[in-house]
Design a protein around this ligand. Structure first.
Ligand code: URA
Ligand code: CA
Length: 432
């Protein structure tokens, strides 16, 4: 089989076979197929598209390009995944919640990149917390306490890592089948039997348009199912930060507040929706109403927070943070962005706010930048809220005067106040 023929077949609108796709993936990972041929095929895939079957072939080939976790001996294990956003701390809430209701959860997570945060960075804001588990530790911990969160290793889906870098520089990232196979290959390789996806839409998301997010959700659910995994997705809003806290330690603090029942709001609502889908697919709950009852009881009884404490303890962290969030890293300098006029908060540049967190040091511009766990900000107003001149819109937590100044300047341009405003829809759709 020649790579040249695979490229010309896709270029002309043909359908690729499993053998052709495996030949491409295996050849590219082994170094036999050069970047220029892989780039040409990616562009042909981008322009011609892939049908569900081709997407499933590509996903499976990428999943099998490296190490895979086999969790079958643990019984039913669930995973969740978000396509990424700002103040999107649902993992730290939905996972202990579902686990407290009797479901085992195995999560491999990444770090934040660009304007979005990452679960690994958030967990590492907890003193002592370790996320560099190996597969044996991952398995043993799920067996022992029902839940583990590990940083994705270099051995998982090497094909996706290589292809993603290539897509990044060849204008082939934003293709629905390529994104679906990229995300789902990592989910298949991490071994969970149940996969619940949170596809974000809005200006802080990867898919800014709702209809595109819906198509991506459908493609991923279909891909998961064809690989024999129970899969569901919700499509949720990212036109403003999901939680009120942006920044690693601040987001951990907010997750603890939500799990202890002190804080409600959109972050709780989306976390409950995700955990509900996990319980329904696992047949622990019979429907959404039943699932929500179980989950709310797990919060009220303290079981969900206790599960987070057990997870932190098992991975070397100081679980006292779940009782006293003031033990989390704290910033030294505080500043406020205030409203310049009366009206309603009508729009937010959510991506811009994510970038502002990066300017403070909460995220990375480059892969090897060092993250400051303490810095970030608290959003005081949500879209649709009335505001008065001089009222605080955002409260910043910083450790560096220059960075603070840049972030304030950036944030001031991200908030729009008008004479009327509408609250955005929070959950647009569920694909199950
Ligand atoms: N996230 C991924 O993991 N892959 C993509 O292609 C896009 C977003
Ligand atoms: Ca401990």
């Amino acid at each position: 089989m020649r790579m040249y023929d695979i490229i010309s077949h896709k270029r002309d609108g043909g359908k690729l076979t499993a053998a052709q796709i495996e030949c491409f993936i295996e050849g590219y990972v082994s170094g036999r197929i050069p970047d220029y041929q892989a780039s040409a095929l990616l562009m042909a895939m981008y322009i011609r598209g892939l049908d569900n079957e081709e997407t499933a072939f590509l996903t499976r080939a990428m999943a099998e390009s490296g190490e895979t976790a086999n969790l079958d001996a643990l019984g039913t294990v669930a995973d969740k995944h978000s396509t990424g956003g700002v103040a999107d701390t649902t993992t730290l809430i939905a996972i202990p919640l579902a686990c407290a209701c009797g479901l085992k959860v195995a999560k491999m997570s990444g770090r934040g990149l660009g304007h979005t945060g990452g679960t690994v960075d958030k967990l590492e804001a907890i003193p002592g917390m370790k996320t560099a588990l190996d597969m044996d530790e991952f398995f043993a911990q799920i067996e022992r306490i029902g839940v583990a969160v590990m940083a994705q290793t270099l051995h998982l889906c090497p094909a996706d890592r290589l292809l993603y870098s290539l897509r990044d520089v060849t204008a082939t990232v934003d293709s629905i089948p390529l994104i679906a196979s990229s995300i789902m290959s990592k989910k298949l390789a991490s071994g969970a039997h149940i996969i619940v996806l949170d596809v974000k839409t809005g200006n802080g998301a990867f898919m800014t348009q709702q209809d595109e997010a819906f198509k991506l959700a459908q493609a991923m659910v279909e891909t998961g199912r064809s690989a024999g995994r129970k899969t569901a997705a919700i499509i949720s809003d990212m036109s403003q930060p999901l939680g009120l806290a942006v920044g690693n330690a601040l987001e951990v603090g907010e997750a603890i507040d939500v799990l202890s029942g002190r804080v409600k709001g959109d972050l709780l609502t989306v976390s409950l929706a995700l955990a509900s889908q996990m319980l329904i697919l696992a047949e622990i709950a019979k429907d959404e109403v039943h699932a929500q009852q179980m989950l709310l009881f797990a919060i009220e009884s303290g079981q969900a927070l206790a599960k987070l404490a057990a997870l932190i303890d098992a991975q070397g962290g100081d679980s006292l943070v779940t009782k006293d969030t003031s033990l989390l890293p704290k910033a030294r300098i505080f500043e406020k962005v205030k409203a310049q006029k009366d009206g309603y908060l009508s729009a937010v540049n959510c991506r811009g706010l994510g970038e502002a967190a990066g300017l403070l040091g909460a995220g990375r511009i480059r892969k090897d930048d060092i993250v400051d766990p303490a810095v970030g900000f608290i959003v005081k107003k949500r879209i649709g809220d009335p505001v008065m001149t001089g009222e605080t819109l955002i409260e910043l937590h910083a450790n560096d005067e220059l960075r603070l100044k840049q972030a304030v300047h950036h944030i001031e341009k991200c908030l729009t106040i008008e004479q009327k405003a509408e609250k955005p829809t929070l959950i647009y759709n569920t694909v199950c």
